[in-house]
Design a binder for this molecule. Structure first.
Ligand SMILES: [Zn+2]
Length: 401
């Protein structure tokens, strides 16, 4: 028993040191062995052994030389080799599934989009994804991990607890796909994987406290603190109550932020007004085009001066602003990065939201606050999933390498 423990401890130490060196190379590349020793605090002989192991695994490569202050002569530079392994990244949206084969750095090798019926049963969708993964695996070798990003709450050992946009509850995607393919599968909330992409591409050293607000299907907030994702912020901001007697949300509560300020909320409200004979300009557009209601046509009606449509958009912006003010007062961030696709195509909603937030938030906190609007495309979202998988593969809890 004691011997087993001792062996276990040696293996664990070996893994910890290997991860230290590998992380150092990924962050500081290209970097020479003497500098790695200095940064990690490991002995030069340990660095030599570990780097030799990583070179054999093809996870790092040698690229030229540098004058090393540490040893007083030329030293070989080492670089991370993202093409050593491949990753399958999957992003599940309400009516689309996007899949990509990438390298460990998120570089896309192949990408595919498939449409799903919004009303399809969960097992039908999972089997569809399983088939697509099978196709990719048939054509590619060296796939080290599969990442799945989905809007919803992921907890309990990566079990998807709830997803309003997919109408899923308690689904174990990880178990299902690991049993199917015998490859490590990692499941994450898709706001977090998008945030990871944004974080890796954002470098303002002076900003230590940033909020990433993902305003797409659901609403998610991620806090970047000291240039890392703050793992302590794991709540569901989209399901905070914003209107006491608002519409019923999938989570069981009423008047959640997510249900009060979304594309669906705007469309539903305009539809109700149309039934009551209001929104005449919008009605005219729909009749002229002989089509059904959509967010794009609602925005057209707004541009043409439909005052009732304008009220609906204004209210949506105000609720978003209340949400922003709550974020500001809770986190006192230096920057709020808002990722929004369809909803934020309305500059009117965005402008109203910022005005409302600035009216309500603590004045002192507004002084150094910057807002920024971004639109993370699907390719970038998939790259974010790959980066998440790469982090997990080279994590203490990940497989041995
Ligand atoms: Zn809710």
């Amino acid at each position: 028993m004691k011997i087993d423990n001792a062996v276990g401890n040696v293996q664990l130490m070996q893994k910890i040191n290997r991860l230290k060196v590998f992380d150092c190379i990924r962050q500081k590349e290209p970097v020479a062995r003497p500098e790695i020793a200095k940064i990690t605090g490991l002995s030069p002989s340990s660095i030599t052994n570990i780097v030799t192991h990583l070179l054999e695994k093809n996870l790092v490569v040698e690229v030229g030389t540098v004058d090393s202050k540490e040893v007083g002569r030329k030293a070989t530079l080492i670089k991370f080799n993202p093409s050593a392994m491949k990753v399958i990244s999957i992003d599940i949206e309400s009516s689309n599934i996007n899949l990509a084969l990438t390298d460990l750095g998120g570089e896309i090798i192949k990408i595919k989009e498939i449409s799903i019926n919004r009303l399809a049963r969960d097992f039908e969708i999972m089997n569809l994804i399983k088939r697509e993964i099978g196709f990719i695996l048939n054509e590619s070798n060296n796939v080290a991990g599969i990442g799945i990003a989905v809007s919803g709450l992921v907890q309990d050992g990566e079990k998807l607890v709830i997803s309003s946009s997919m109408r899923w509850k308690g689904l174990s995607l990880k178990q299902f796909f690991e049993n199917s393919f015998n490859i490590p599968v990692f499941v994450q909330n898709n706001s977090r994987t998008k945030a990871l992409w944004e974080l890796r591409n954002y470098n303002n050293e002076d900003e230590r406290n940033i909020i990433f607000l993902d305003l797409t299907l659901g609403i998610g907030i991620i806090n970047f603190f000291d240039h890392k994702i703050n793992e302590a912020v794991i709540g569901e901001f989209g399901h905070t109550t914003i209107k006491k007697d608002g519409p019923l949300c999938f989570c069981g509560n009423r008047g959640c932020l997510e249900i009060m300020c979304s594309v669906d909320a705007v469309v539903n409200q305009c539809n109700e007004l149309l039934q009551k004979g209001k929104c005449k300009t919008l009605e005219g557009i729909l009749n002229e085009k002989n089509t059904s209601i959509s967010f794009e046509l609602i925005l057209q009606a707004y541009e043409k001066g439909d005052s009732e449509v304008s009220e609906v958009l204004k209210e949506c912006g105000e609720y978003l602003g209340i949400g922003l003010a709550n974020i500001i007062n809770m986190f006192n961030p230096q920057r709020i990065i808002i990722n929004g696709d369809l909803l934020l195509t309305s500059d009117f909603i965005y402008k109203t939201a910022l005005e409302e937030a600035n009216k309500r938030a603590y004045e002192l906190f507004l002084k150094n606050l910057r807002y920024e609007k971004v639109n993370i495309k699907i390719e970038e979202a998939l790259k974010g999933v790959s980066l998440f998988v790469a982090d997990k593969l080279f994590d203490l809890s990940g497989p041995d390498f």
